[in-house]
Design a protein around this ligand. Structure first.
Ligand SMILES: C[S@@+](CC[C@H](N)C(=O)[O-])C[C@H]1O[C@@H](n2cnc3c(N)ncnc32)[C@H](O)[C@@H]1O
Length: 428
């Protein structure tokens, strides 16, 4: 795929980051895990994708998230949060607030529903995005800015509703490969041309245990004999001490099964889940159950990069200038929530969840007002745009089916509105 060229200033930043990572690889003996690489390209202070100065979200950025598409998303979320506010403190804790649009829309919509948030706490790793969030909320919901506070650390105890939209997919993952040599960890080295390249290394016990626990939860996966045998070999004995590095960077022979494992995302759910004293946690992201994620046919995993609205698989391209992301294994997320003692309140597709939260009624009200011509041509145009955005949010071919919503609770009734129809908890 041909990708657009960034400007000279952006290239300088990317080269500086590449040099730092290359030095790190050299210092670590020629190899770093992919999770370390992903962490640096996304979060290196001042140079990472999320921590650097480039625009990320929206038409001028690299990808569009649901809250950027339409305020309808925040309005539907407000319906769910408002229901939970009857049972917990009217406090929202948003992780990874991006441009701040979701916060602005949610604060306004909660106010309109008569259940305003008393506090809206944002935990965001990127200092530049915090600034952007403040500006967005000041611009779009100035009357609500007073309740918003940015925190540097997780509160010891949370009473309220935790939310994260497209948060887990931005957390670094470890990459593994299974072939006739057993289980290997796939990381990053420098090839003869001085470029980043994939390279394998012996898997440590933590990775072996995690892969074993993850794959054994999805009975259909990797049943193919050669793969199953090699996985067992690796897990049972010292022959896992494979140390030969292979630099490939290109297509993988079909006999190798490669995928990733989101240990940081799981740890995050467990940690935040333990801090949740009374309330809910709602996470929205692209992904599937383990059974689908680790299906034998998905033998190249789900890692992709987003650059100027193109999705491609060269995750080494222009470090710091493109988003690098992996899908979410929601079965593992459900287990992490259970390990924190949370109740699973629901799991469904984004389209089903939005419909359960009243998206179609809102849309109908908007379009009938526009058809009645009560608000003039600008409102009609606005309604047409909203219908287009709703189509993207709901369509199976776009965000409606790939994106999922999972909710956990502690001390709440098991009647969350967003899951009244189409709950797929049983598939995790
Ligand atoms: C893909 S963006 C999504 C932004 C926004 N939620 C949206 O939907 O438009 C991921 C966001 O998560 C933030 N992030 C990643 N890891 C985080 C963590 N552990 N804690 C808080 N924020 C995090 C990133 O800086 C970024 O703002």
């Amino acid at each position: 795929m041909s990708l657009p060229s960034p400007d000279a200033q952006a290239l300088v930043l990317s080269r500086a980051l590449s040099q730092r990572i290359a030095q790190d690889i050299a210092q670590q003996g020629g190899w770093i895990g992919f999770d370390a690489f992903m962490h640096r390209v996304l979060y290196e202070p001042g140079l990472g994708y999320y921590t650097g100065p480039m625009r990320k979200f929206g038409a001028q950025g690299d990808f569009v998230t649901a809250p950027e598409l339409s305020p309808l998303f925040a309005q539907c979320l407000a319906v769910q949060v408002s229901q939970w506010f009857d049972q917990t403190e009217p406090v929202v804790v948003e992780f990874g607030a991006g441009s701040g649009r979701l916060a602005a829309g949610l604060l306004d919509a909660l106010h309109e529903l008569g259940t305003p948030a008393r506090r809206y706490l944002i935990i965001e790793v990127s200092a530049s995005l915090r600034e952007r969030q403040r500006e967005t909320i000041a611009q779009l919901a100035p009357d609500r800015l007073g309740v918003v506070q940015w925190l540097n650390t997780l509160p010891a105890q949370i009473d309220g509703v935790v939310i994260g939209n497209e948060l887990l997919d931005a957390m670094p993952v470890r990459v593994f490969e299974i072939d006739s040599g057993g289980l290997l960890e796939v990381g990053v080295a420098i090839n003869e041309d001085g470029a980043f390249a994939w390279a394998t290394c012996e898997a440590d016990q933590a990775l072996i245990d995690a892969v074993k626990a993850t794959l054994s939860d999805s009975p259909e996966d990797l049943r193919d004999e050669s793969r199953g045998d090699s996985l067992n070999q690796s897990m049972n004995g010292p022959q896992s001490a494979v140390s030969s590095e292979r630099m490939d960077g290109s297509a993988h022979p079909a006999s190798r099964y490669r995928s990733e494992i989101g240990l940081q995302g799981r740890a995050w759910v467990e940690t935040v889940g333990r801090a949740l004293h009374r309330g809910a946690m709602l996470l929205i992201d692209y992904g599937f159950s383990a059974r689908e994620y680790y299906h034998p046919q998905r033998d190249q995993g789900t890692l992709v990069a987003h650059f100027r609205h193109r999705v491609h698989t060269d995750v080494f391209h222009l470090p710091g200038l493109q988003d690098v992301t992996a899908h979410v294994d929601f079965s593992a997320i459900a287990r992490a929530g259970a390990a924190a003692g949370l109740d699973l309140l629901g799991y469904t597709s984004q389209s089903r969840w939005l419909i359960n939260c009243g998206l179609l009624d809102r849309l109908a009200a908007l379009t009938s007002a526009a058809q009645a011509g009560e608000q003039g041509a600008a409102a009609t145009l606005d309604a047409a745009r909203t219908v287009g955005a709703a189509q993207t949010l709901l369509s199976e071919a776009e965000m409606g089916e790939l994106f999922k919503v999972i909710a956990f609770g502690r001390g709440l009734a098991d009647d969350a509105l967003g899951f009244v129809r189409g709950d797929r908890r049983g598939t995790l």
